[in-house]
Ligand binder design. Structure first.
Ligand code: C2E
Ligand code: MG
Ligand code: MG
Ligand code: MG
Length: 291
């Protein structure tokens, strides 16, 4: 039973589209307007260095303030957008908004790098590098204020092209991270040739490492691999003190997770920085201010 059967006058020939296709198409149209109406909002989650807990930067995570459905998490619209050309203006919007916030903080004396997630279509788009440079110029920010996160899947979709685009971004001075590392299939041989600076260890391993020796072993191996290649290692999804302590023992460089702070709007992050005495982790409270 297709869109045509429902009398909508459109017929979609896409084997991937399932029963929810009509709903999805509706959502896609709304998403297109949402970009113009600035309904997409960014939340920011801090990353802190291990062991001291010093603030290092923030990751910008997009949400959709939907007029009827409330605040939608990225999982509800990013995968959909990634299957269409809409992901290009969407990523551009997120980078622009993240750099705008970064420039504001900088004007207020807070020098913080901001990380943005990018998708497959961005990574194979030769114009993307030009766009990134243009946006940095627009906000008068050095390239070192921007980090871009790409997944292994995005790189492996077209490794040669991805390597070229990443290489040009790295030449500009943008910091590059592989996100969700360990969940995909990047061969160490590929990794060696990629111009990336950081490995973000997939949350699934980090979340279980305190209770599951095999997950702990994977985290240890990724930290070693990263360090052998001269890369910074970041653990995402750090939820408790035991995990923090284990990561510290393993020599992991950076932590991100609910133990430190959840993703919050910019003003929430500022309030957290001001009231560093109320940070979740005692050591962080002592060391985690931003200067
Ligand atoms: P990601 O880049 O791996 O981001 C980390 C996700 O883990 C975020 O979910 C974050 O809120 C969540 N998280 C952080 N710390 C913890 C923790 O301690 N425990 C648990 N259980 N979760 C934690 P979020 O914001 O829902 O984002 C999900 C994914 O959506 C992101 O994964 C990223 O792949 C994608 N995404 C988010 N924003 C954007 C964007 O602007 N563009 C694109 N292309 N993708 C985005
Ligand atoms: Mg990420
Ligand atoms: Mg991740
Ligand atoms: Mg993830």
């Amino acid at each position: 039973y297709t869109a045509k059967d429902r009398g909508l006058g459109v017929c979609v020939f896409d084997a991937d589209l399932d029963d929810h296709s009509v709903e999805r198409l509706g959502l896609l149209g709304q998403l297109r307007r949402a970009i113009d109406n600035r309904e997409l909002v960014l939340h920011f989650q801090p990353t802190v260095s291990l062991p001291g807990g010093r603030l290092r930067g923030v990751e910008a995570l997009v949400r959709w303030q939907h007029p009827e459905r409330g605040l939608l998490p990225p999982g509800e619209f990013i995968p959909l957008a990634e299957r269409t050309p809409l992901i290009r203006p969407l990523t551009r919007y997120v980078i622009d908004a993240a750099l705008e916030q970064c420039a504001r903080w900088r004007d207020a004396g807070l020098s913080l790098g901001v990380a943005v997630n990018v998708s497959v279509p961005n990574l194979v788009d030769e114009r993307f590098v030009h766009e990134v440079r243009e946006l940095l110029g627009r906000w008068r920010l050095p390239a070192s204020s921007l980090e871009l996160e790409v997944t292994e899947g995005a790189i492996m979709a077209d490794p040669d092209r991805a390597r070229r685009v990443l290489g040009r971004l790295a030449e500009c001075g943008v910091t590059l991270s592989i996100d969700d590392f360990g969940a995909g299939f990047t061969a160490p041989a590929h990794l060696k040739d990629l111009p990336v600076h950081q490995l973000k260890i997939d949350r699934s391993f980090v979340a279980r490492m305190a209770v599951d020796p095999r997950s702990a072993l994977i985290v240890r191996s990724v930290v070693e691999l990263g360090h052998n290649l001269g890369l910074t290692t970041v653990a995402e999804g750090v939820e408790d003190q035991r995990t923090w302590d284990r990561l510290e023992e393993l020599g992991c460089d950076v932590a991100q997770g609910w133990l430190v702070r959840r993703a919050v709007p910019a003003d929430g992050l500022e309030a957290w920085l001001d009231a560093s005495g109320s940070a979740a982790v005692p050591d962080l409270a002592a060391a985690g201010t931003a200067t």
